[in-house]
Design a protein around this ligand. Sequence first.
Ligand SMILES: Cc1cc2nc3c(=O)[nH]c(=O)nc-3n(C[C@H](O)[C@H](O)[C@H](O)COP(=O)(O)OP(=O)(O)OC[C@H]3O[C@@H](n4cnc5c(N)ncnc54)[C@H](O)[C@@H]3O)c2cc1C
Length: 557
Amino acid sequence: MSINFQSKSEKVTTDVLIIGGGPSGLATAIHLADTLKKNGTSQRILLIEKGSAIGSHNMSGAVVKPDVFRELLPDVDFSEIPFNAQVSTDKTIMLKEDESISLPFHVPYMSNKGNYTASLGNLCRYLATKAQEKGVEIYTGFAVDEIMYRDGKVCGAKTKDTGVDHHGHPMDNFQAGNIIEAKVTILAEGTRGSLTKMLINKYNLAEGKNIQVYSLGCKELWSVPEGNIKPGEVYHTMGYPLGKDEFGGGFIYGLNDNKVAIGLVVGLDYIDPSFDVHDAMQIWKTTPFVSKILKGGKLVEYGAKTLPEGGWYALPKLYVDNALIVGDSAGFVTMPALKGIHLAMKSGMLAAQTVSEALMKNDTSEKILSKYEALIKESVIYKEMYPVRNFRQAMAKGMFVGGFHFATQLITGGAGFCGRLQSHADAETTSKLNEFKGKPFNQRFKNKLEFDKILTFDKATDIYHSGVFHDEQQVVHLQINDIKDFERVNIEQYGAIEQFLCSSEVYELHTNKDGKKELRIHAENCMHCKTCDIKSPGKGITWVVPNGGNGPDFQNM
Ligand SMILES: Cc1cc2nc3c(=O)[nH]c(=O)nc-3n(C[C@H](O)[C@H](O)[C@H](O)COP(=O)(O)OP(=O)(O)OC[C@H]3O[C@@H](n4cnc5c(N)ncnc54)[C@H](O)[C@@H]3O)c2cc1C
C-alpha cells in the first residue's frame, strides 16, 4: 500500500520512519532492509525527504572516504558507485592576497590518500536506487514539521499542511499533512535539524554536553577549460581572506569533464557583525592561485550549507524511547579533515543494527536503543572524533593560539594541557557594532566588493544558479521569535547582521517613510543552510521547514 497524500489528513503506519534522504538516512534504510532480511523478517521502512527529488537538497565538498560504501554495499561492484575521480594530488596552500605557498607537509588529519572526489547529490541518488531495490519506500517533496508523541514518547511524525496563505489560513488547495505512526523514528535531517532541535529541547538531550557550533560553507561548481585542473587534484587553502579571528579555509576539488568544485568554509564564531561568507568567497576567488584555475571558465551551480563542527563533546544523547538521531543532525563531523559523509553513513548503519535488534525483540524502548550509543563508541566514529575532541574549541581562540593548543593536543592524544575545552554559542560570539574593535568587513575589502560577473558574483547571480524556489503562498518559514527584541538587539545593536550572514540575500534592511529600520524577509531565496537560526543574536530567528519540494534544486552539489 502506498501513502495517499490527499486533502484530508490520513494516518499511515509503518515500522520505521526515516526523516531525511541524505547519506545518513539512506544508509540507515539500506542497512536496515539488509539486516532484517538476514534475520528472515521484513518490515515497512519509509523515508521522507523534503527536497523535490533525492539529491536536490544535498550539498557537500566533496572528497569522500570510500570504505563505508564497501561496508554498506558488499555485493556491489565498487566501480558502479558514482564517485568522481580518485584523489591524485593533495596539497594545502597558504594564501596571501597576491601569493601562495604550498606547504611541504600535510596538516594532521588532512591527508586524502585513497579518497574520491564526488557530487553528494549523485551519491544520494545512487543510494536511493539501492534502497528502493531493497524495498524501502521513498517519498520526496514532503516536509516533516512535527514529531508526534503518545504518553510522552515519540510515536511518529506529521508532514506539513500545504495550501495555506501567509497567515496560515487554508486556501482552496489545502492539503492536510499526514500522520505517520512508526514503531521507530530516525532523525536524519542533516545540519541543525529543525525536528532534532525540538527533540533535543524536549528531552534535554544536550545536558552536560558542549554547545554545538557550526561553519557555513559557500560552494560554486564551475566548468573550466581543459588543462586548468585535472580530475582528482585536491587543494585546501588557509589564510586570505580570513583574518586571525576567523577560522576556516577554502577547498578546490578537480572533477571529471573539466568541472571543479570550489568553496570557502568559515566558522560561525566570527566576531565581526558585518562579516559575509559569500562575499569572502568571491574575494578568495580573486587570489592568483584560485583565479588561475577558474580562468576562462563558467559558473554552473551555487549553494550554501552549514555543518556542525563542535565534535565529540557536542554530541547530544542520541536516543530516546522509539527514536534515534543520525548523521549531521547528531554532529558526526571531523572538522580538521572536513569530513562527515562516511560518519553520517556509518552512524546510519549502526542505528539500523540497533533498530533491527529492537524490532526483533519487539522492544523499542530507550533501554534497548541505548545500544546505538555503545556501538558508536566502538566504531570508527569514536576513533576519528575522539582524538580531535578539543580541536574546534581551541581554534575558537584564533588561528595562532589555537594552532599552539592543537599542537599540544597532537602529542597528548587530544587532551591538550587544559583537558576538556568548552565551546560558546555562535550567536553569542559576535561583537555589537559599538564594541567591535577591528576593521569591519566592508572596509577591510572595500576595493574588492564590486563583482564582475565573470570571476566574481553578487548574491543575486549566485542564487539564480541554485535553482531555488518557494511557493509564494505559505507562512514565512523564517520566524522572528520576538519582534521587539529583534529591533532592539539585531537591528540597533548588531546593524541587522542577518543581511550579511545570509548567503542567499533573504534579509534586506529597509528604512520606511518614518525613518524606522525594519528587516524584510525574502524567504523565497532561502537555501536551507540554517545560518540565521544559528548566528542571529538575541532571541533570534527560528528556521522551520517550508512546503515540501521548496528550496534549492541542486543537480551536482
Ligand atoms: C561546504 C561543505 C563541504 C563539505 N565537504 C565535505 C567533504 O569534502 N567530505 C565529507 O565527507 N563531508 C563533507 N561535508 C559534510 C557532509 O556533507 C555532511 O556531513 C553530510 O552531508 C551529512 O549527511 P546527512 O545525511 O546527515 O545530512 P544531509 O546530507 O544534509 O541530508 C539531510 C537530508 O534531510 C532532509 N531533511 C531535513 N529536514 C527535513 C524534514 N524536516 N523533513 C524532510 N526532510 C528533511 C534534507 O533536505 C536533506 O536531504 C561538507 C559539508 C559542507 C557544508
